[in-house]
Design a protein around this ligand. Structure first.
Ligand SMILES: [Mg+2]
Length: 304
């Protein structure tokens, strides 16, 4: 397996735990151990709840969710305007032919245009294509959404395996391209930088190799003037571990969070995350700065 995939996921968990332990031993936040902060708090982008975006009252649902984000003070959001794709292709397991019908394209345009309409001109709109498309479809979708919603990035236009496919897409589109949640360790980013394949990179600290690896990838990116935007799909440790690194990284864009309202985490962490006004206020407690509620976690343990 080398250093990638399942291996780097396991190493990430160990690495994050060791930084937390070392910080607690020395009485310092992780960002101090990494060289000290270059900013006071962490800009975020977040997600709307897309339930109902494909139903009859889809415009009302989009308006409701977009308003919630804007009212919370967040200035950037990300969504996937292709919720109908799986139904269209009668599959739910990702890539098969990578195609999209004209009707599917129309729906994606309408969703994106509605989100832009309700968000107004000043909110950054990021689109996640989840690596679903073949080359011609990715180009078509990106150009369509640039037109429909003045989008601020187009994420994972094609599946992760082919850098050549990504290069073909980049030649034909205008929107900034973001990739990296499925890249493991700094070695997998070398070709991305050297071949100018991404405007943003979004490594996941819990997958790519931990705090140590995210810091090194970020320093690599800094030499190419590429901003880093840590990916989050798994909760408060994911968010905080990425945020500690970004406190020390100049070439930082935003950290991802799953929702504008993070209170669902409060059941299993002792101190709630403060993301008021769309920025994460970093705890100055030692280590990662939070304690897990072990009673809750043990009571809700899933045996696998
Ligand atoms: Mg993604």
């Amino acid at each position: 397996m080398g250093s990638r995939g399942a291996t780097s996921h396991v190493v990430s968990g160990l690495d994050i735990a060791l930084w937390d332990i070392r910080g607690k031993q020395l009485g310092l936040p992780v960002y101090e151990l990494l060289g000290g902060k270059v900013r006071d708090d962490i800009s975020l982008y977040t997600h709307p709840d897309q339930t109902g975006w494909n139903d009859e009252n889809w415009r009302e649902r989009i308006e409701e969710e977009v308003r919630k984000i804007v009212d919370s003070g967040h200035t950037a959001m990300k969504f996937d305007p292709f919720p109908h794709l799986e139904a269209e292709n009668q599959r739910n397991d990702g890539y098969l032919d990578g195609a999209m019908s004209r009707k599917g394209e129309r729906i994606a345009r309408e969703i994106t245009a509605a989100a832009r309409e309700f968000a107004g001109p000043d909110i950054e709109i990021l689109i996640d294509a989840h690596g679903r498309f073949n080359v011609p479809t990715a180009i078509r979708m990106c150009l369509a959404l640039e037109d429909a919603g003045q989008i601020d990035w187009f994420e994972e236009p094609v599946p992760v395996e082919s850098y050549h496919a990504l290069a073909q897409v980049r030649e034909k589109v205008n929107a900034p391209i973001s990739i990296g949640e499925r890249l493991h360790t700094r070695w997998e980013f070398v070709q991305v930088f050297e071949n100018k394949l991404a405007d943003y990179i979004m490594p996941d600290v819990t997958w790519t190799g931990g705090i140590t690896e995210l810091k090194k990838i970020s320093a690599q990116a800094e030499t190419y003037y590429v901003p880093v935007s840590p990916h989050d799909a798994s909760g408060p440790i994911n968010v905080l571990a990425g945020a500690h690194v970004m406190m020390t990284v100049p070439n930082f864009y935003r950290v991802e969070t799953g929702n504008a309202d993070l209170s669902k985490y409060n059941a299993f962490i002792e101190t709630p995350l403060d993301n008021s006004n769309g920025t994460l206020k970093m705890p100055d407690a030692p280590g990662l700065g939070i304690e897990m509620n072990m009673d809750y976690l043990n009571a809700n343990r899933v045996e696998i």
